[in-house]
Design a protein around this ligand. Structure first.
Ligand code: PLP
Length: 424
């Protein structure tokens, strides 16, 4: 048995000064039970906890650490930037470099930098509302777009359920204009447009949803959403905070009017962006009347980390990431099949996850039907075997380019032990 004495002490101390001992709820192991391990440092594909245990990391800080931890070139870029000053509150040439790198890889003509995915989606929605003069937004149950009030509604399934807040503290008025529909259900979106004629500013979707586990869009789904928004005078916001610069050089790049990015583009520091058509982005202050701002937006350390990360993400690296994701997904799936554990490997790209359910998963209700108890057993055995999976059955698994052949052998043994445990 691994020792977790120091982690347990940290958890006790943390709980007295930080709600639940964590600064973001999913870190608390609520979905799998037990005490989270506290991390001391990380290098390459591995995390080291405060007790000195090492873990092969399949979380990657929930996406950003695509090159692995403490990549020497990223660290050097951050050190160099820090030595020149950490924030100026005035524009820098690095911000232009990052904006040019992003616009050259994506469908965006212009982007604006912010510090989190939450800010990016919140701001994109403001642009959509300001540009269309409409208030309503359609979102999909099970899609997460950060914790801004308007998006904290995923109320049940059914056609065009009018959003009810998911969290106390979100006034009903803040989600009154949020219409929640089941993912992959184009008829439900069409019905929402019919029932709210001339009132919907935007549809927001994850380009490939990764926050109910990884769910593939049905063939042509993103295009159909774009066509429906076109036909109804609304805009489409493609949230690529998770997929952007991970599933390919520019992300999914499905047709849309506005896009949001985060995670990978900050290289592990707080950087995110929203962008899209020039005529929409030029409605933002100071050019136009739609207000949006940020003291630390375009922070020089975050820009240095993000730009260095993106420049290191060449076609060869994407090929490696795709190969690793395929191998690891299949390896876990074979181990579960051998142990007789019903599961569904959902792998629409190098983002993937395994649902502990025998059925194909196409929306949130189907995702919720899985056996989360089996996932918890699988997760804890892997943690004991030195593998760090997301502490929730509703999250994607993230590979990094730092993973080695040795890591794959380690995983093979660990998966087969964890699968046998999940079967009991
Ligand atoms: N959008 C998507 C698709 C995300 O996955 C996330 C975070 O997981 C967000 C938005 C919010 O980003 P942040 O946590 O940086 O605020």
């Amino acid at each position: 048995m691994r020792k977790h004495t120091e982690s347990e002490l940290c958890a006790e101390r943390a709980a007295t000064v930080i709600p639940g001992g964590v600064n973001s709820p999913v870190r608390a192991f609520g979905g799998v039970g037990g005490t989270p391990v506290f991390i001391k440092e990380a290098r390459g594909s591995r995390l080291i906890d405060v007790d000195g245990n090492s873990y092969l990391d399949l979380v990657g800080s929930w996406g950003p650490m695509i090159l692995g931890h403490a990549h020497p070139e990223v660290v050097a870029a951050v050190q160099e930037a820090a030595a020149k000053g950490t924030s100026f509150g005035a524009p820098t040439s690095g911000e232009i470099d990052l904006a040019e790198e992003i616009t050259s890889r994506t469908n965006c003509e212009e982007i604006r930098l912010v510090s989190s995915g939450t800010e990016a989606t919140m701001s994109a929605l403001r642009v959509a509302r300001g540009a269309t003069g409409r208030d309503k937004v359609v979102k999909f149950a099970g899609c997460y777009h950060g914790h801004a009030d308007a998006f904290l509604a995923a109320a049940g399934s059914g056609v065009a359920t009018l959003g009810a807040p998911d969290s106390p503290g979100v006034p009903a008025s803040a989600t009154a204009d949020t219409i929640v529909v089941p993912y992959n259900d184009i008829d439900a979106v069409a019905a929402a447009f019919e029932q709210n004629e001339g009132q919907i500013a935007a549809v927001i979707t994850e380009a490939v949803p990764g926050n109910m586990g990884c769910v593939a869009p049905a063939d042509g789904f993103n295009q159909k959403l774009y066509d429906l928004t076109r036909a109804n005078g609304a805009l489409l916001i493609s949230d690529e905070v998770m997929t952007g610069f991970r599933v390919g050089p520019g992300g999914v790049k499905a047709p849309a009017d506005l896009y949001t990015y985060g995670k990978v583009m900050g290289g592990g520091l707080p950087a995110a962006a929203f962008g899209g058509r020039r005529d929409l982005m030029e409605q933002l202050a100071p050019v136009g009347p739609i207000y949006q701002a940020g003291t630390l937006s375009g922070n020089p350390l975050a820009v240095a980390a993000g730009l260095t990360t993106l420049r290191l993400l060449t076609d060869d690296v994407y090929e490696k990431l795709d190969g690793l994701a395929e191998q690891i997904g299949k390896m876990a799936s074979s181990a579960l099949s051998e142990a007789g554990v019903a599961h569904y490997l959902s792998a629409p790209g190098n983002l993937f996850s395994i649902f502990f359910s025998e059925n194909r998963v196409t929306n949130f209700n189907e995702a919720k039907a899985q056996n989360t108890g089996q996932y918890a057993a699988f997760f804890h055995t892997l943690l004991e075997e030195g593998v760090h999976l997301p502490p929730s059955a509703f999250e994607c698994w993230f590979v990094s380019a730092a993973m080695t052949g040795e890591d794959l052998s380690h995983l093979e043994t660990a998966f087969s032990r964890a699968a046998r445990k999940a079967a009991t």
